[in-house]
Design a protein around this ligand. Structure first.
Ligand SMILES: [Fe+2]
Ligand SMILES: [Fe+2]
Length: 378
């Protein structure tokens, strides 16, 4: 057995204990049915999508005190209006639908990538669009929001991360997984626009392994969780997924194993993340991760390493800008939380890999890889 294989096995043994799953009462059920649009007629062209599908209802057990729901919007990737209004249209549609929820959601999480190129014009446009939502809003940044001015406009508009709050028996946590990219720009004297340009691509060969939590936030997380009962429901929001997902793409946080070390003692943790722009579901130990839809565009699935528990969505129709995108809604009805992908498309699940582009579904190992070793903040 090679050293690398030995490391793989060790990581597997440590993080995926036999039979260990999220709380045994947590059953995932998948239901596909139609329900009436929340805002039929509220946006232009609504006649064609007056009904939208409710898909992939994850039924999860929580010990929350009272029923409530919350909504998630992310990855709007807005351009200035004079460049492109397609993404504005889709963000506006999601915002109208969230605002029209009956009963209203208790709060909205905006999960990052509001802007496309971090332009203050884009961020202010996003702020204006989101103002239509009058419930409480909580924000975590995406890399597209950050690397033009290193978060200056983002923080001035939406405040700092990480943050935490308690709500009806659930602990909610938002972390920043995007702002700690190692400095690849100074030595080559890149302009802010060039720097941002390298963050706006999927493989990121120049930007390197930028996504991570960083030692200061790991410490903060550990301290924040320490007084919390081990069986309390915890929902942790991050822009990037908190597990390794296809190293050649910048999908995931490099210090995810340290995050798991901290979260491992807690029995009821759900990570909700953006950035991957696709239906994605994973479990590691007792923690589950749910990947949310973008409003802007769906990314293809990685050619390998798609979590086996994911039921992939089919390839989208490139002629329909509302296909494969949407927002998310969680309804907490003790002891269940229903997660709904509010996707603007009627048929969502692929029957075969060839329909979804998920490639090799057999490569599911939790493995320390070269990319891990490049993360400088241990
Ligand atoms: Fe994104
Ligand atoms: Fe992103």
């Amino acid at each position: 057995m090679s050293d690398q294989e030995r490391e793989w096995h060790e990581a597997e043994r440590e993080l995926k204990k036999p039979g260990e799953r999220p709380d045994p009462s947590l059953k995932i059920t998948r239901r596909t049915f139609l329900h009436k649009s929340l805002v039929a007629g509220a946006v232009s062209g609504a006649a064609t999508y007056g009904w939208f599908p409710l898909i992939n209802t994850l039924t999860m057990a929580y010990g929350a005190e009272a029923p409530f729901s919350f909504a998630w919007i992310s990855d709007t990737h807005l351009y200035p209006k004079n460049v492109n209004t397609r993404f504005v249209e889709k963000a506006t549609r999601a915002v109208k639908e969230v605002q029209a929820m009956k009963p209203p959601a208790d709060f909205l999480i905006f999960g990052g990538d509001l802007a496309q190129l971090g332009d203050p014009v884009e961020l202010r446009l996003g702020n204006d669009i989101l103002k239509e939502i009058t419930i409480k809003k909580h924000f975590i940044p995406g890399e597209h929001d950050w690397y033009l001015d290193m978060g200056k406009t983002w923080v001035s508009l939406f405040g700092n991360s990480p943050w935490t709050f308690e709500h009806k028996g659930v602990t909610f946590i938002g972390i920043d997984t995007v702002s700690r990219a190692p400095d690849y720009w100074s030595a080559t004297k890149m302009s802010p626009k060039e720097r941002m340009g390298h963050m706006a691509v999927l493989d990121g060969s120049v930007a390197g392994p930028w996504a991570g939590v960083g030692s200061d936030q790991l410490q903060w997380l550990s301290k924040t969780l320490s007084p919390i009962a081990k069986n309390r429901p915890i929902v942790i929001f991050s822009h990037n997924p908190l597990y390794e997902y296809y190293p050649p793409w910048n999908f995931w946080v490099r210090d995810w194993r340290q995050v798991h070390e901290i979260l491992k003692p807690y029995q009821n943790v759900t990570n909700i993340h953006g950035h991957t722009h696709q239906v994605l579901y994973n479990e590691i130990g007792t923690m589950r991760s749910i990947g949310m839809l973008a409003t802007s565009w769906p990314w293809p699935y990685a050619p390998q390493g798609v979590p086996v528990l994911t039921k992939p969505m089919i390839r989208v129709n490139p002629g329909d800008i509302f296909d494969g995108v949407g927002w998310g809604k969680m309804t907490v009805k003790p002891p269940k939380v229903e997660h709904e992908y509010m996707m603007w498309r009627p048929a969502v699940y692929a029957e075969a890999e060839v329909d979804s582009g998920t490639g090799d579904n057999d490569n599911q190992r939790l493995s320390p890889r070269v990319a891990d070793q490049m993360w400088p903040y241990k």
